[in-house]
Design a protein around this ligand. Structure first.
Ligand code: 3UK
Length: 544
């Protein structure tokens, strides 16, 4: 493997064979990276050298660091990784923590030390952590002290248990204690641009989690695409939001993008819609990243806060219902920047901002990426035809040792698993996940379209639409609905919602079955777990 700086080549060795990679595009000038590059060095040392040393880089609930302070913290952690833990370039380091400045510093330190970061979501339990630690053959763990218990349980289930250091911890032996004895400077490992530096596991709905592998170059490529062309990020920006740093949506939006532009980021644990609004006000945030449901919940509360600083709001992770876009715009005057991204692609690849927004559409491929819609025969289809979304760009899918590589990458394209159509002007319109399309009496029905309409009804807080088995129609449209406080879950309500759908879109799409719930199952990344509801719908019987 030419050029690698790694002594431990596990991650590079587990890449799929080259012919199974997607085609990679480096057509933009800003994507012409040198052969050797360390992304943490670019995001920190380089920014300090360019004069950002005294600007604020990261704010947490109780501290803030300038770029110089963050750099010193990162360098001391990198020192601990090398000397105290004895790690060598290419070793994997699992990271476990909520969003806060130390978690951010740990990710950067792992990269600077030439190791591979394996970030994990705080809500994961021992079983899931152990699976990831095994698949990634993790050598060491940096874990927030308050999340230690579940990790220790996980370690009991691993043959060769990794060394664990706790941070956000005052005890002797903690990461902080060891850092104090380290030199304040650490020279970045001179990594190859194509050395794997990030293993990000997909939140995956079923089966073994898939580890996506990304290079030093990829980390920089996402910084040089979406935030440059769509956000027009500047050093004056203050980024804020809810996605975990262990989710690439959060890693990019709340750490990598701000650093690349000399801006600052606000990292807060356990945000609720109210707390996020309060934080936008208090930190004078300018760019907000969160999921559609969060915006839907924030919209009615927004008037209680001064959000004048906010100039861009980004929604990703799930389809943005038109109703949510409008409610947010009414509340804040902001035109939502929708964007579709994927863990396999690292970040957002189709989006639109400002006057380019077409409400209801996700947007157009952002500069650096290309897209098309593939029909059932695997060939591109023209405008207006629903098919499978296919994309390519500087980043793309490379699963760690996983046969599902062949499902995601086909003829050089990444197939995201989404059903989309494109219009005459090149805008991409989301329909559903391909496996969420409902086929009822021969009609193809996209659940999210029905959800959009239900959400327009004033009684509906949240909803999910799935296909339920039906002897006559094959499947029928079934809606799980959470009502707003004060609304009654009664047959009359179900009828009212059905009539509302029939009166708004083609009547064959109306939900023949409706079940009221107090909450819907969601992942930690805010995604609706439709597969769970589909399983429950399997048990339902036809209503009279
Ligand atoms: C869905 C969307 C419609 C879509 C992600 C931004 O979500 C992210 O990554 P995941 O791997 O999931 C990918 C899948 O999520 N999706 C995401 N955004 C949208 N569907 N409209 C959207 N705007 O099914 C996609 O295939 O969890 C998002 C940045 C980084 C990410 N990892």
């Amino acid at each position: 493997m030419s050029g690698t700086a790694y002594l431990d080549t596990f991650a590079n060795d587990k890449l799929p064979p080259r012919e199974q990679w997607p085609e990679l595009l480096f057509e933009l000038d800003e994507l012409a990276y040198p052969e050797r590059i360390n992304c943490a060095h670019e995001l920190l040392d380089r920014m300090v050298a360019r004069g950002h040393g005294d600007s604020i880089a990261v704010r947490g609930a109780s501290l803030s660091w300038t770029y110089s302070e963050l750099l010193e913290t990162v360098d001391r952690i990198a020192g601990v990784l090398r000397t105290e833990l004895g790690l060598v370039p290419g070793n994997r380091v699992l990271l476990r923590g909520a969003n806060n400045p130390m978690m951010a510093a740990c990710v950067l330190a792992v990269w600077k030390a030439g190791c591979v970061a394996v970030p994990t979501m705080p809500l994961l339990r021992a079983r899931e952590l152990a699976t990831i630690a095994r698949l990634a053959r993790v050598d060491a763990v940096l874990c927030a002290a308050d999340l230690r218990a579940e990790l220790d349980l996980a370690c009991q289930g691993i043959d060769v248990a990794p060394r664990v250091l706790a941070y956000n911890d005052n005890n002797p032996g903690s990461l902080e204690a060891l850092m104090a004895a380290m030199p304040p400077q650490f020279e970045a490992v001179d990594t190859w641009a194509q050395d794997v530096c990030l293993l990000s596991f997909t939140s995956g709905t079923t089966g073994r989690p898939k580890g996506t592998m990304h290079f030093h170059r990829d980390v920089l490529a996402i910084c040089d695409c979406f935030p440059r062309s769509i956000l027009a990020a500047t050093p004056a920006d203050v980024f804020i939001g809810s996605p975990p740093l262990a989710f690439t949506f959060g890693l990019g939006g709340l750490l990598l993008f701000p650093l690349r532009y000399g801006a600052s980021t606000v990292l807060l644990e356990k945000l609720t819609p109210d707390l996020l609004l309060a934080a936008v006000q208090n930190y004078r945030a300018t760019v907000c990243f969160t999921a559609p449901t969060f915006y839907r919940q924030m919209a009615p509360l927004a008037e209680q806060y001064d959000l004048a600083s906010l100039t861009r709001s980004v929604s990703a992770g799930e389809a943005l219902p038109l109703e949510t876009r409008q409610a947010w715009q009414r509340a804040t005057s902001l035109a939502m920047i929708d964007g579709i991204g994927a863990t396999e692609m690292l970040h957002i690849f189709i989006s639109a901002a400002g006057d380019d927004i077409r409400p209801g559409a996700t947007g157009r491929p952002i500069p650096g990426y290309r897209a098309c819609i593939l029909g059932d025969d695997g060939n591109p289809v023209g405008p207006g035809v629903i098919g499978r979304l296919a994309v390519k760009g500087p980043t793309g899918c490379r699963y760690l040792d996983d046969p599902r590589q062949l499902d995601y990458v086909c003829k050089g394209w990444n197939l995201t698993g989404d059903a989309y159509k494109v219009d005459e002007d090149g805008y991409y319109w989301y329909q559903a996940r391909t496996d969420d399309m409902i086929i009822s009496a021969g009609y193809n029905i996209a659940g999210p379209e029905v959800e959009d309409v239900l959400l327009q009804h004033p009684a509906v807080a949240e909803c999910a639409v799935v296909g339920a088995p039906d002897p006559e129609r094959g499947q029928v449209v079934m809606a799980y609905v959470v009502l707003r406080p004060g609304e009654q879950a009664e047959p009359g309500m179900a009828k009212a919602l059905q009539d509302h759908v029939k009166g708004t879109i083609a009547p064959y799409k109306y939900p023949r079955r409706i079940e009221f719930r107090t909450a819907l199952p969601r992942t930690e990344t805010g995604k609706l777990q439709r597969f769970k509801l589909r399983q429950e719908a399997q048990q339902t019987v036809e209503q009279p």
